[in-house]
Design a protein around this ligand. Structure first.
Ligand SMILES: [Zn+2]
Ligand SMILES: [Zn+2]
Length: 435
């Protein structure tokens, strides 16, 4: 027998509380208890229950306050100075620190060569090398398209870029992810746009324009994650923390960063010394760096979130507010989208059927959407989220002027774009059916 819990009423306004996906109930009208931390449904961030609970409460409050601040005024490409200035200052400081390490290391290594300072000199050079500024590379999974190969897609991207007043990407590619991104890579900061075909193929025409508008918006919205000058703030301290972390906590090391100091000490006699040092000195330093990193990233991510709101606004201007709103609603339901795409792919169907299936499941969920939007504010609020919760992005959009589309993608044109990518779609479809 199923037990039906008695309908409870909101203690604040008396509205019956609601729940979706077995989440802790909240009030749909005044949002009482929406801030609750759902231990069963959230992924642990720090691993200790009480810390995660507090972090969530802080994140929820900060995300809300940030929203309230932005909702009342126009969102500019550069936000209120403090967070941004701090990110830039920290980046400059970190870069100088790394440069100082390199210079000291080189000096120790060559000074009255060969001498006893050679080893520490080389070690410092090694550290500086690991912490060096990096500008990203093209993802090897990305299948780069040429204009000849996909003229319709390139024309659409150009059209959206012109309407936005944003520069067009220099590299356009596709991959097999349920995602899309725009970024700048390499020293020359080449602009890259990647469209995950399962995602792109599942979106309706105007949502595709909205997606392009949002992604190309990232080339002009002042997102600190994508600026050369502020990138060190997001990486260096975290890398330094990983580098100094004693070997036994190696599972926490982020991919690509090896604890070199740990390795340096893995000789026979030096090993024991290194292990002792590792636990005391390096461990402490590592934690200090990690803490600094957390604070910095957390601050800088407020700027990122502002940039996301702005990208949504640019998206609405070019695709029309309806298209952007639908795009945001579909990101609320990525899991169902993935299921629909997989089911259709297994049955041998391509993007036309993906799109129909996704639209159908979105329509079937229409009644639940307002509550899913609310729930996203609870579940997506995080100190480390680069994006504001989808529900708040949707609300921000609704609070702005409603736009008609500047670029309209007709069904016929959307189909022509899919047709020129038929080969890539088929490869992705096969990948999905094998997963
Ligand atoms: Zn209420
Ligand atoms: Zn974005």
């Amino acid at each position: 027998m199923t037990t039906i819990s008695a309908a409870t009423e909101c203690p604040r306004c008396g509205t019956p509380t609601v729940s979706q996906l077995d989440a802790t109930a909240w009030c749909p009208s005044c949002e009482w208890n929406l801030e609750a931390y759902d231990a069963g449904r959230s992924r642990p961030v720090f691993g200790w229950g009480w810390v995660d609970r507090r972090a969530h409460r802080l994140a929820y409050r900060m995300t809300r306050e940030h929203f309230d601040r932005l909702v009342k005024r126009p969102i500019g490409a550069t936000g209120a100075g403090a967070a941004r200035a701090l990110t830039i200052a920290a980046s400059v400081l970190l870069l100088s620190g790394v440069a100082a390490l390199a210079v000291t290391g080189a000096w120790l290594a060559v000074r009255s060569f060969p001498s006893l300072t050679l080893l520490p000199g080389l070690a410092l050079l090694g550290v500086a090398y690991v912490l060096r500024p990096r500008f990203g590379r093209l993802d090897p999974e990305l299948e780069v398209l040429s204009r000849q190969r996909a003229p319709e897609l390139f024309a659409l991207v150009d059209e959206v870029a012109t309407a936005l007043g944003a520069p067009a990407p220099q590299v356009i590619g596709v991959d097999g992810e349920l995602n899309a991104y725009a970024g700048q890579i390499g020293l020359r900061q080449r602009r890259v746009l990647c469209l995950g075909l399962p995602y792109w193929g599942s979106l309706g025409p105007q949502e595709r324009v909205a997606l392009l508008g949002h992604e190309l918006g990232h080339f002009v919205n002042g997102d600190p994650r994508r600026m050369v000058l502020t990138q060190p703030a997001f990486r260096t301290l975290g890398d330094a923390a990983d580098l100094l972390r004693p070997m036994d906590t190696g599972h926490l090391v982020r991919p690509g960063v090896k604890p070199v100091l740990g390795m340096l000490f893995s000789g026979s006699l030096l090993e024991r010394l290194g292990a002792a040092l590792g636990r005391v000195l390096l461990g402490t330093l590592s934690r200090l760096f990690a803490a600094g990193h957390l604070v910095l990233v957390c601050l800088a991510l407020r700027e990122s979130q502002r940039a996301e709101y702005l990208a949504d606004e640019m998206s609405a201007k070019v695709a029309g507010s309806d298209g952007t709103a639908r795009l945001l609603d579909s990101t609320l339901r990525l899991e169902s989208m993935a299921l629909a795409v997989r089911r259709e792919s297994l049955a041998g169907h391509g993007p036309d059927r993906w799109r129909a299936a996704v639209a159908e499941s979105l329509a079937a969920a229409a009644d639940r959407l307002p509550q899913l939007r609310q729930l996203s504010v609870r579940e997506e609020a995080s100190l480390f989220a680069s994006h504001p919760p989808t529900g708040l992005r949707r609300q921000m959009l609704a609070s702005r002027d409603w736009h008609d589309p500047l670029v309209v993608l007709t069904e016929a044109r959307a189909e022509r774009i899919d047709a020129e990518l038929a080969r890539e779609y088929e490869r992705v479809r096969r990948q999905i059916s094998l997963r």
